[in-house]
Design a protein around this ligand. Structure first.
Ligand code: C6P
Length: 422
């Protein structure tokens, strides 16, 4: 087991230290199975710094009340804090206005919101939604459901053997199928691929389609600017970006949101209700029915402040260095197969298989050494099918990851080879 505070491998001569102070993440100091925790599963859900936990605790301890309802000081204070968090998120993604930021439960709910409202109101039988083979199920299944409801179809841009989007095929599909919507991830959660989303959006628009970007893996790790991207919808989750679970974001252009019917009905999303019918609240509240995740929104606001202080360019550069190191280190292990593009064209996830060891067995063995990686199909079964593999193991990195942790992974994998007699 590697000492995660000191590099032990020759290739880590210039060790990569954590970008954020590891002491901000007390959980990283714990032991698992009697070994120091090496947490390499941030793509599934990140750890949270004390600044986020304390912001939530402080708010709950001193300022909590339901929002938008009470004409008393505490409720007004809570409302201001909640709306401040929305403004922070809007600034973080360079939205024109906080009116364009809808709080949801997670990226999955954000995409479903678009599929239930925009898609059902705008698509007709025979229309096409274009996704890709590298999408997470959250950016496939809502479209399949919407397509079934309106009589549309879902087509998919293929992925190349090296794990990149086949851009020639994309252009052909745009021309031949004339999709109404292009739904694309900004970063594959399995391959780490960073498709050229700006170009994809521009081509979608030129072909008359709207573009939805799944930012679940990109917003936590790269600078994302919705105006520069020029997309129409962006979905992401708080829990992958140092914030709590239970809060996510749908950003969309105000004029599109204005024209969309509401998603869920209930309190707060209405202007007036009579027994005959109802009218809708202004943006963004039209899409936020019922009491929202108030404390979690405060946590997301604190997470955004923490990431902003670190600087998203630096976050990306840190993960790029770790990914290059991890790919070099893992490629040197006999019988190990890496999936996806080279390190300079991907974000901080590395998927691999080791000989014929099933990924779940491998992850269990690594867990015995304190190393937490995800194993399985990563909610991307069509991608597994594309590469004809049942599953991969996946290591993913974040602001607190060090190269010594990657050494710990590599050393544990070497021991796994011996255990499985490879
Ligand atoms: N991927 C992973 O381990 P939710 O669950 O709604 O917060 O995020 C869904 C989602 C959507 N798109 C992409 C690209 C994703 O990676 C995810 C979540 C996790 O890869 C959990 S399956």
């Amino acid at each position: 087991m590697a000492d995660v505070t000191a590099p032990r491998h020759a290739m880590a001569a210039s060790a990569i230290a954590a970008l954020a102070p590891r002491s901000d993440f007390p959980i990283l100091a714990r032991q698992v199975n009697g070994k120091p925790l090496v947490f390499l599963d941030s793509a599934a859900s990140s750890q949270k710094p004390t600044a986020v936990l304390e912001a939530m605790n402080q708010f709950a301890t001193t300022s909590y009340a339901n929002i938008h309802r009470g004409a008393y000081a505490l409720s007004e204070e809570a409302t201001r804090a909640y709306e401040r968090a929305r403004k922070s998120v809007a600034k973080f993604i360079n939205a024109r206005s906080a009116r364009e930021v809808i709080f949801t439960r997670n990226a999955t709910e954000s995409i479903n919101l678009v599929a239930r409202t925009w898609a059902e109101a705008n698509l007709k039988p025979g229309d096409v939604i274009l996704a890709t083979e590298m999408e997470h199920h959250s950016n496939i299944v809502p479209w399949q459901l919407a397509a079934a409801r309106v009589g549309a179809t879902v087509a998919y841009v293929p992925v190349t053997d090296s794990g990149e989007l086949d851009m020639a095929a994309y252009e052909r599909l745009l021309e031949q199928r004339q999709p109404r919507l292009v739904a694309i991830t900004q970063m594959s959660n399995v391959l780490g691929t960073l498709p050229p989303v700006g170009e994809i959006v521009a081509k979608a628009h030129a072909a008359g389609a709207l573009a939805l970007v799944d930012g679940a893996q990109s917003v936590p790790h790269l600078p994302v600017d919705v105006r520069a991207l020029d997309c129409d919808f962006l979905a992401f989750s708080g829990h992958k970006m140092l914030g709590p679970s239970g809060i996510g974001v749908l950003w969309a252009r105000a004029e599109i949101l204005e024209a969309m019917p509401p998603f869920l009905g209930g309190g707060d999303m209405i202007r007036e209700v009579t027994l005959e019918g109802s009218t809708w609240n202004d943006l963004p509240w039209k899409f936020e029915a019922g009491t929202p995740a108030i404390i979690e929104a405060i946590g997301l606001g604190a997470a955004v402040a923490y990431l902003t202080a670190l600087g998203m360019e630096r976050v990306h550069a840190h993960e790029r260095a770790l990914t290059a190191y991890a790919m070099e280190r893992l490629a040197a292990i006999p019988d190990l197969t890496l999936y996806g593009p080279p390190a300079d064209r991907r974000g901080g996830v590395v998927s691999f298989t080791l000989g014929d060891i099933h990924a779940h067995d491998l992850a269990t063995l690594l867990d015995g050494e304190g190393v937490a990686v995800r194993a399985g199909h990563h909610c991307a079964q069509p991608l597994m099918e594309r590469y004809r593999i049942p599953a991969t193991a996946r290591a993913s990195f974040y602001v607190y990851t060090t190269s010594a942790e990657i050494d710990a992974l590599a050393e544990a994998l070497e021991r796994a080879r011996a255990v499985f007699a490879l």
